[in-house]
Design a protein around this ligand. Structure first.
Ligand SMILES: CC(C)(COP(=O)(O)OP(=O)(O)OC[C@H]1O[C@@H](n2cnc3c(N)ncnc32)[C@H](O)[C@@H]1OP(=O)(O)O)[C@@H](O)C(=O)NCCC(=O)NCCS
Length: 126
């Protein structure tokens, strides 16, 4: 299930974020996590199962109708079992009346997800 990020999850969240190709630099990673901790428009969700936190998905609320997916990461030991796509689906269920767009780092994976028709992908710049 998706659970909202809390500061107590800082270490595990940073570890998962560091798998993103654009978050390899420690300084960049620190800026990113600070943004999720302080910016009201940024929200990080963690994917929690019985075995613990094994994934994350990070978004920006562009406006009331549009969410951009910025980060998706799954613990390497749990990849290839549908966790990534499940996180995207759970996010859509959480915000059923909202449209979603990927950014350049999540576009390739988001395109692979099984998306229903209400899931609007826009190429428009935000
Ligand atoms: C991308 C990622 C989140 C996928 O998580 P996952 O739980 O393994 O995803 P799922 O099991 O739901 O889906 C697996 C499918 O996604 C594909 N996939 C994995 N990484 C991908 C990527 N970067 N771009 C496009 N497709 C990708 C796999 O090839 C697989 O395809 P298949 O079903 O046709 O075999 C995971 O590989 C990861 O954490 N990668 C490192 C972080 C990263 O690069 N994030 C940006 C992704 S755009």
């Amino acid at each position: 299930m998706l659970t909202r990020y809390k500061k107590s999850y800082n270490k595990i969240a940073m570890g998962l974020l560091s798998f993103m190709p654009n978050e390899k630099d420690m300084q960049k990673l620190q800026i990113t996590i600070n943004q999720y901790e302080t910016d009201q428009d940024h929200q990080l969700f963690l994917w929690k199962e019985e075995k613990g936190i094994i994934g994350l998905i990070g978004v920006v609320f562009v406006n009331n109708h549009l969410i951009q997916i910025q980060h998706i990461s799954v613990n390497p030991s749990h990849r290839g079992h549908g966790i990534g796509s499940r996180m995207v689906k759970a996010l859509k269920q959480l915000y059923p009346d909202t449209s979603f767009i990927p950014d350049e780092n999540t576009a390739a994976f988001c395109e692979k997800c099984d998306l229903n028709e209400s899931f609007l992908w826009s190429e428009a710049p935000v």
